[in-house]
Design a protein around this ligand. Structure first.
Ligand SMILES: NC(=O)c1ccc[n+]([C@@H]2O[C@H](COP(=O)([O-])OP(=O)(O)OC[C@H]3O[C@@H](n4cnc5c(N)ncnc54)[C@H](O)[C@@H]3O)[C@@H](O)[C@H]2O)c1
Length: 323
């Protein structure tokens, strides 16, 4: 299968790295509006460079297009790629809002291409093991989840578009909240049904929120908290799962710890394939064997729907039922 990456920014090049390690997958082109970045990236991976993604689609006819672009371009570019018969690996969050998600889903159906959204949480070994432990019942019943993330969101090298509501859709809750919401839904095999949220707009740049505190109810009955801050402070990415007979502490990207009686012990994880490689293999399998995808358009729209409810709740001060 021929693969093209659209957008050679932070994550686009990681997809090219991943694709270079997969038998049966051939990276052929990169489409990147910044010409020198396009040329340098193409040189590094031995592929062709384009500054116009539509020209790339016409000339290269990629089987898979990886869309690693600013959020406001997700809808338009996904639809163009689908029209060209290219299967889609579209980065999260799926789009700026649920109406755009519907248009992408309709295009993928009309042109009969697979649509996968890059919810990478499903591919980290520590996440997979935490999900297995939850499902096994070995720690008893899961009673609540506490997801905390602090990062320096306003770091100088973050591209400007992330801070513009018109281009990013929102701030930290849209970008990193998408991961937390997906993590909670996927791990508990349920959907977020209600949210009560409060977000703050005190960042030094742009017009998006810089923090959010959210109480979520899920269809499984397990409540969750998400606390995210992009202001100065100590970086943290922890999800605690509290059960009737113990606790799990998940640090995605770092590891997993388990507690039966007061202290956390590390969980030994089996070595596994790199998450972005696994993600592409999953998409290739779905294309070859016409399988349904876990991170389908319909699923990924639910994450965007929760994000919309977070902003609605913060604005109105009321709890929101997720549509
Ligand atoms: N799954 C993950 O863990 C993960 C991690 C990082 C980013 N992301 C997502 O990936 C997407 C990209 O994020 P990023 O951090 O790589 O952003 P980025 O700004 O680093 O990269 C985007 C690139 O797109 C290019 N671009 C903009 N308009 C273009 C156009 N019309 N045609 C071609 N290229 C164009 C920009 O020049 C830039 O190089 C976002 O949806 C983001 O939320 C996901």
């Amino acid at each position: 299968m021929k693969l093209a990456v659209l957008g050679a920014g932070a994550i686009g090049v990681q997809h090219l790295d991943a694709a270079s390690h997969i038998d049966g997958l051939e990276p052929v082109a990169v489409a990147e509006i910044n010409e020198s970045l396009a040329v340098d990236t193409a040189k590094k991976y031995g592929i062709r460079a384009y500054t116009d993604y539509q020209e790339m689609l016409q000339k290269e006819k990629p089987d898979i297009s990886v869309i690693a672009l600013p959020h406001f371009l997700h809808k338009e570019v996904s639809i163009r790629c689908a029209e060209h018969g290219s299967h889609l690996l579209l980065e999260k969050p799926m789009a700026l809002n649920t109406a755009e998600c519907d248009e992408i889903i309709a295009a993928a159906e009309r042109y009969e291409v697979k649509l996968m959204v890059g919810h990478t949480q499903h591919y980290f070994p520590e996440n997979i093991e935490a999900r297995r432990i939850i499902e096994s019942g070995e720690l008893g019943n899961l009673v609540m989840i506490n997801d905390t993330r602090h990062v320096n969101y306003y770091r100088a090298d973050r591209p400007r578009w992330f801070f513009e509501k018109s281009q990013a859709g929102g701030g930290i809750m849209t970008n990193l909240g998408a991961h937390s919401i997906d993590k909670i839904q996927w791990m508990t095999q349920s959907r977020v049904t209600k949210v009560k949220a409060s977000v703050s707009f005190q960042g030094e740049r742009g017009d998006v929120e810089g923090s959010g505190a959210i109480f979520l109810e899920t269809s499984s009955g397990v409540p969750a908290l998400i606390m995210q801050s992009g202001y100065a402070g100590v970086s943290r990415n922890e999800t605690e799962f509290i059960f009737t007979k113990g606790m799990l502490k998940l640090e995605t990207g770092k590891g997993l710890s388990i507690s039966h009686n007061g202290t956390y012990e590390p969980v030994q994880l089996k070595p596994t394939v790199q998450p972005l490689v696994k993600q592409l293999l999953d998409l290739m399998d779905a294309i070859t064997n016409d399988k349904l995808l876990d991170c389908s358009g319909v699923y990924s729209k639910t994450v965007v729907s929760v994000i919309e409810s977070v902003y609605d709740s913060s604005e109105t001060g009321n709890e929101q039922v997720v549509k």
